[in-house]
Write a protein that binds this ligand. Structure first.
Ligand SMILES: Nc1ncnc2c1ncn2[C@@H]1O[C@H](COP(=O)(O)OP(=O)(O)OP(=O)(O)O)[C@@H](O)[C@H]1O
Ligand SMILES: Cc1ncc(CO)c(N)n1
Length: 275
């Protein structure tokens, strides 16, 4: 069985972070493991507080996994401070996992900050060059490049710029744009577009975590990067189509094995209720 590790924050309400990552791994039939970087008291509406795990404890968790288990792919999510970033970067350089997908999480869907704004330089210097695939959303790509994104051409320019900053492949996600949900991939040679109709729902909590974990799962399963992103886009679109009206804010994406395998809802009543 392929084994995939997430290094990220914990969302106690289950829709994003480590929890979304592990659900996505299970739906892909890979064995999921987790290193917790921050414990976030959050729900579908707000972030109440963040407790960072110490850099030493982050390093020990990563050692515990790598000294014992062969890791086929790593997904990195929320890293709230430069200290967390340095701890994770040092261990990724030490263990050199084959596939590294990094989601440079800065804000939750409800706008609450999850990364110290002053940490963007550390993110650029220590984390960004370690990515085989970096998956910023539009506001994150703007913060990283310092350039405003208003069009698909701007998304492409941002993807090129982030590639030049050291990420091997960049996917600028269009979840925050208007119109179709169009993601732009640049691998240093070619630009690819992945486009679906925008699903009319506010229940998009954890879409970015779901997408990056699906990419990591597909890379572990042997897909090349372009195919992995294409398949992850189908997965996240299905998970949003069947997203759940749980909580008072932006509800979570829905993961279940049958949905992934057959594209059919197994819990008709719940799916109907959430639309
Ligand atoms: N309403 C929607 N309909 C269809 N696809 C969507 C919708 N919202 C987001 N997506 C897709 O979901 C994926 C994740 O993109 P998004 O920009 O939402 O990530 P994100 O902001 O990092 O998510 P989060 O921070 O909530 O985890 C992309 O493939 C994007 O195109
Ligand atoms: C822990 C965590 N990671 C990532 C996100 C982004 O959705 C979130 N809301 N919470």
């Amino acid at each position: 069985m392929k084994k995939v590790l997430t290094i990220a924050g914990s969302d106690c309400s289950g829709g994003a972070g480590i929890q979304a990552d592990l659900k996505t791994f299970s739906a892909h039939g890979v064995f999921g493991m987790s290193v917790i970087v921050s414990v976030v008291a959050e729900n579908t509406s707000r972030v109440i507080d963040i407790q960072d795990i110490t850099p030493e404890m982050i390093e020990k968790q990563i050692d515990a996994v790598f000294e014992d288990i062969e890791v086929d792919a790593v997904k990195v999510g929320m890293l709230s401070t430069p200290e967390c970033m340095r701890a994770v970067a040092g261990k990724l350089r030490q263990y050199k996992p084959e596939h590294v997908v990094i989601d440079p999480v800065m804000y939750a869907k409800n706008g609450c900050p999850l990364m110290d704004p002053s940490a963007v330089d550390a993110l650029i210097e220590t984390i960004l060059p370690l990515a085989d695939v970096l998956t910023p959303n539009i506001p994150e790509a703007e913060r990283i490049t310092g350039v405003e994104i208003r069009s698909v051409t701007d998304m492409e320019a941002a993807a090129r710029k982030i590639h030049d900053m050291g990420s091997k492949t960049v996917v600028v996600k269009g979840g925050h744009a208007i119109g179709n949900a169009l993601d732009v991939l640049f691998d240093g040679k070619q630009m690819y577009h992945f486009e679906t109709e925008r699903i009319a729902t506010k229940n998009t909590h954890g879409t970015g975590c779901t997408f990056s974990s699906a990419i990591a799962s597909q890379l572990a399963l042997g897909m090349d990067i372009c195919k992995a992103v294409e398949k992850a886009k189908v997965y996240v679109t299905t998970a949003i189509t069947h997203s759940l009206a749980i909580g008072k804010g932006c509800g979570p994406t829905h993961h279940f094995y049958e949905l992934y395998r057959h594209g059919l809802p197994t819990q008709e009543s719940e799916v109907a209720e959430c639309r």
